[in-house]
Design a protein around this ligand. Structure first.
Ligand SMILES: [Zn+2]
Ligand SMILES: [Zn+2]
Length: 114
């Protein structure tokens, strides 16, 4: 039973990286090549996965939820989704519900830190 690398999706993910996030531990599997790349990038595996996920249209690296999913369901796949999707999810939700409509469900309100 081979686990495939979470980053490239091609090579066997022999290395496991555990990142602690506020709701628990997120586990990624990487091949040697990608793991090396991540280490040299100076970013955490979660940050790298977040960027990779964004490129693939998956906004949340933890559960793979996208802004489109959010626009359809008005809920997030996991608590991390909010952190990763707030930039895109709110406009997507507004567009889906019509201008001015707000129905954000269980998502906690946060003030903008401008
Ligand atoms: Zn890889
Ligand atoms: Zn998520």
């Amino acid at each position: 039973m081979n686990v495939i690398c979470d980053l490239c999706g091609k090579r066997p993910g022999r290395l496991t990286d555990r990142t602690v996030v506020n709701n628990g531990v997120v586990e990624f599997h990487f091949c040697e090549e990608c793991y090396d790349k991540i280490r040299r990038s100076g970013m955490t595996a979660l940050e790298v996965m977040s960027q990779a996920a964004a490129r693939l249209g998956k906004e949340c690296p933890v559960c793979g939820f996208t802004a489109e999913d959010f626009a359809r369901t008005f809920s997030f796949g996991c608590p991390e989704c909010y952190e990763h999707m707030r930039k895109v999810a709110m406009p997507a939700a507004a567009a889906a519900q019509g201008a001015g409509a707000k129905h954000i469900g269980k998502v906690p309100r946060r003030r903008k830190n401008d």
